[in-house]
Write a protein of this length. Structure first.
Length: 143
């Protein structure tokens, strides 16, 4: 038969997930289209093994759940960074700015940017990841 597809769907799925520009929805749609095509064009004299079909479906479900876990982990990490930055308000910090210059002072503000939380120290915005030390402020400077 000229239209028979002999390649298992699982063999084609990694190439569609390897592309960083495709979204998870596009990858899922591609997988389902391949699965439907495999069922549609299978040889009626030797249909797809039911075990193989269930295995492919289970793999698809597993990948979908792993994508959900990865997204939840990323969201949790972002929330944790925001909480850490908020907790530094009023604290004395030492950090290195984008130019490599050491900056010390009291954190007077915090803002959330696309690259993560940013702290305001002495009128300069500093990325949370560049903080090297955090201390309680001197009591003589706050009084």
């Amino acid at each position: 038969m000229a239209n028979t597809i002999n390649t298992p769907v699982g063999a084609s799925a990694p190439s569609s997930t390897a592309s960083p520009t495709k979204s998870a929805t596009e990858t899922k749609d591609t997988f389902l289209k391949l699965l439907v095509a495999q069922l549609k064009y299978q040889n009626p004299m030797s249909p797809t093994d039911g075990t193989q079909f269930l295995q492919q479906t289970a793999q698809f479900t597993m990948v979908e759940k792993l994508e959900d876990i990865a997204k939840q982990s990323a969201d949790l990490l972002t929330a944790q960074h925001n909480t850490e930055a908020t907790a530094m308000l009023g604290r004395h910090v030492s950090a290195t700015d984008a130019n490599g210059k050491d900056i010390t002072g009291i954190v007077t503000g915090m803002k959330i940017t696309a690259s993560g939380p940013s702290l305001k120290v002495g009128g300069v915005d500093i990325a949370l990841g560049s903080v090297t030390e955090v201390d309680q402020p001197d009591q003589s400077t706050t009084a």
